[in-house]
Design a protein around this ligand. Structure first.
Ligand SMILES: [Zn+2]
Length: 251
């Protein structure tokens, strides 16, 4: 595999920051059913942000996390999303190495990040984001010449069965589509199974932490999307190394 050009890594990092910034707009407007067009405003004083206040990450650092107009603090989540998005884009070019598959992988991971954050904040997975995610994940599998349906079918059926049995109480219908998208991104049955296992391990860990710190009770509903997204990311990074060790018979 040819070494990745440094300029390509820088380009992906910048693209990641720009899409991360657009992601903050999606996260604040999609759950509120607001239009995605129009200028960004300070969420507190509604002052329309100027060009200097819209540079991803740097505006936040330069303004020291405060609105230039009303001087009230801006949530740290915005620069964190921009930074995470940049990291995901760089990761995608490191893994994908070729520009087109890497770009599609980057968009998939970016959508997964947005879905996870919106699910964590609102306990809802929006169909528009899910369907975009599935489309990009399928396009990625076409671009790498490895279209597989086993992982998608397995995860969609797994969540679909739970959804039917519990009449939507254990998992939401959005989890079914999210599972399908992750399945297409991961490919076969084995990585999908690993991802599901990891999601439950992460979910259990977080649940124990929330219960012990009294941030949640036994009756609290904790959305599963963020765990699934985190597990998918881990499977993409480490799957090739973990799978041959734990389930050699499945490969
Ligand atoms: Zn303000």
């Amino acid at each position: 595999m040819p070494p990745i050009d440094d300029s390509l890594i820088v380009l992906f990092a910048v693209l990641g920051l720009v899409f991360g910034s657009f992601g903050t707009v999606i996260i604040s407007r999609v759950p509120a059913k607001q239009h995605l067009g129009g200028r960004s405003r300070c969420p507190r004083c509604k002052h329309v942000l100027g060009a200097a206040e819209l540079v991803p990450l740097f505006s936040y650092l330069l303004l020291r996390g405060r609105c230039r107009h009303c001087h009230r603090s801006i949530s740290i989540i915005y620069p964190l999303i921009e930074l995470s998005s940049a990291c995901l884009f760089v990761l995608a070019i490191m893994i994908g190495s070729l520009p087109l598959p890497s770009l599609l992988l980057a968009f998939s991971l970016w959508l997964l990040l947005l879905i996870a954050i919106i699910d964590a904040q609102t306990q809802t997975i929006h169909d528009a984001l899910n369907l975009s995610f599935i489309t990009v994940a399928v396009a990625h599998s076409v671009a790498i010449g490895r279209v597989q349906i086993a992982g998608a079918l397995f995860l969609a059926l797994f969540f679909g069965a739970q959804w039917i049995v519990s009449r939507g109480r254990w998992v939401g219908s959005g989890d079914i589509l999210l599972g399908a998208g992750i399945g297409f991104l991961l490919g076969g049955f084995a990585p999908a199974l690993l991802c599901l296992g990891l999601a439950y391990v992460i979910g259990a860990g977080v649940a124990v932490f929330l219960l012990m710190t009294k941030r949640a009770t036994r009756k609290s509903h904790v959305p599963f999307g963020p765990f699934l997204a985190a597990a998918a990311l881990l499977t993409i990074i480490f799957g090739d190394r973990i799978l041959p060790v734990i389930i050699p018979g499945l490969l």
